[in-house]
Write a protein that binds this ligand. Structure first.
Ligand SMILES: Cc1ncc(COP(=O)(O)O)c(C=O)c1O
Length: 433
């Protein structure tokens, strides 16, 4: 039995059968560098999936900052230290002037948990609106928001879901402004349903890219209308930037900046520490003050000197390597290539992109937009065998999720597109057969 098979059996024994693993043939990785990952047999894979190693796997500047601070001092945030203050200043400077204060956590789930506590305490409400295919993390209160995968979401009276605002699939044949209004009407209905149940609204928590939902093309004007309705009802707008943030969309540091609306609270995570557990909340100063005055907030590991040294190193690399500009230019190159493939393969129903984030929706037939989950599964697994790592998202598991580390270059895109081309041709024959 190979080392990887033995490892798989040991893993199942100690972590259980349901601990999730990617691919039918799980990957045993031992090393990473830039946009490349290496398995236990020394085989190289192009990483077109992982957003956590945001500035590239094991970036030397980040590794050096981590090791330098780890060999000097690491303590919690109840002592004065330059790093936590400097990082807070640098981070909040990338937001609207109204979003001036930061609180640090170790995971996106903790950040959303803190945002929920703050929103509920400061608004005096408890009702939270989310989309009907949402994932925001794994704590008890956050699991209630997880309409995609969590049992708790079905049982919660203080969470209501709104339809995902999707221009590709639409609603009642509507388009543009009318579609935005129809989705906003659903927000108004959900708020009215809370009121009818005697539940005051605390806020709406959504990912501004609607990434887990399938990186949707949001009908223009929808989010602005929805936020206005939420604020009229006394609620706050919480933007979950855990997946979408830190410049992935290219044109903006934060995905919500593409809209004509400023959130009250923003949650951050994943790419923030390039793999080191660093996450947090950025919010309006009066909300942080209102909440923290009566609820002491302390997090043993969150925002420690090592974590914040890492956070600053990530910001350095984003700036020095001009990775937002790269997301725009290489992102456009990838999108063009994907659209060319769409012309040749009827399996591709829609191609969507935002900077260095791409969604390719696979359908059995373009007229009815029937989802193609079997083809998606085959394709993702075949790509892995071909040495290119991608994954899938969406309610029907039929949307390819391509979200490489930010230093992804056109030469990497060429390999991705070539392998996708060959694999799509193979999948079409496999599925048709
Ligand atoms: C949009 C979004 N929010 C929050 C989380 C939770 O983050 P974490 O796994 O760091 O707790 C995730 C994780 O997948 C996410 O995709």
């Amino acid at each position: 039995m190979s080392t990887s098979q033995t490892l798989l059996e040991r893993r199942r024994r100690v972590l259980g059968q349901h601990s999730p693993l990617f691919y039918d043939n799980p990957l045993h990785l031992v090393r990473g560098e830039g946009v490349w990952l290496y398995d236990a047999d020394g085989r190289r894979y192009l990483d077109v999936y992982n957003n956590v190693p945001h500035v590239g796997h094991c970036h030397p500047h980040v590794v050096e900052a981590l090791s330098r601070q780890a060999s000097t001092l690491n303590v919690h945030t109840r002592y004065l230290h330059e790093n936590v203050v400097r990082y807070g200043e640098r981070l909040t400077a990338t937001f609207d002037d109204s979003l001036q204060m930061a609180m640090f956590t170790c995971s996106g789930s903790e950040a959303n948990e803190l945002a929920l506590r703050m929103a509920r305490y400061c608004s005096g409400g408890s009702g939270i609106l989310v989309t009907d295919f949402a994932y925001h993390g794994n704590t008890e209160a956050v699991a209630e928001l997880g309409t995609a995968f969590m049992a708790e979401a079905k049982a919660s009276a203080r969470v209501r879901s709104i339809p995902i605002p999707d221009s590709y699939r639409g609603m009642d044949g509507l388009e543009g402004e009318a579609l935005a209004q129809a989705y906003a009407d659903k927000v108004a209905e959900a708020i009215a349903a809370f009121e009818a149940d005697g539940i005051k609204l605390a806020g709406m928590l959504v990912c501004p890219d609607f990434a887990n939902e399938g990186l949707l093309k949001v009908p223009p004007g929808f989010l602005e209308k929805a936020v206005a309705l939420v604020r009229d009802a006394g609620g706050l707008f919480i933007a979950d930037e855990v997946q979408a943030g830190f410049g992935r969309s290219g044109h903006h540091m934060w995905a919500h900046q593409a809209y004509d609306v400023v959130p009250d609270i923003v949650t951050l995570g994943k790419p923030m520490g390039n793999g080191h557990p660093l996450a947090g909340v950025v919010a309006r100063g009066e909300l942080v003050d209102c909440f923290a005055a009566s609820s002491m907030y302390f997090n043993t590991f969150g925002g420690n000197p090592v974590s914040t040294a890492v956070g600053m190193a990530v910001l350095d690399v984003l700036e020095q390597e001009e990775l937002l500009d790269n997301a725009v230019s290489t992102g456009a190159y990838v999108t063009e290539g994907l659209k060319k493939l769409q012309q040749r393969y009827s399996l591709i129903g829609d191609v969507r992109s935002l900077g260095m984030f791409f969604a390719v929706e696979l359908v059995k037939d373009r007229d009815n937009k029937t989802p193609a989950p079997e083809a998606t599964h085959l394709l993702v697994n075949r790509m892995r065998e071909e040495g290119v790592l991608i994954s899938k998202i969406g309610r029907d598991d039929s949307i390819l999720k391509l979200r490489p580390p930010m230093p992804f270059q056109p030469e990497h895109a060429d390999l991705l597109l070539q392998k996708l081309d060959e694999t799509l041709a193979w999948v079409e024959t496999e599925v048709v057969r």
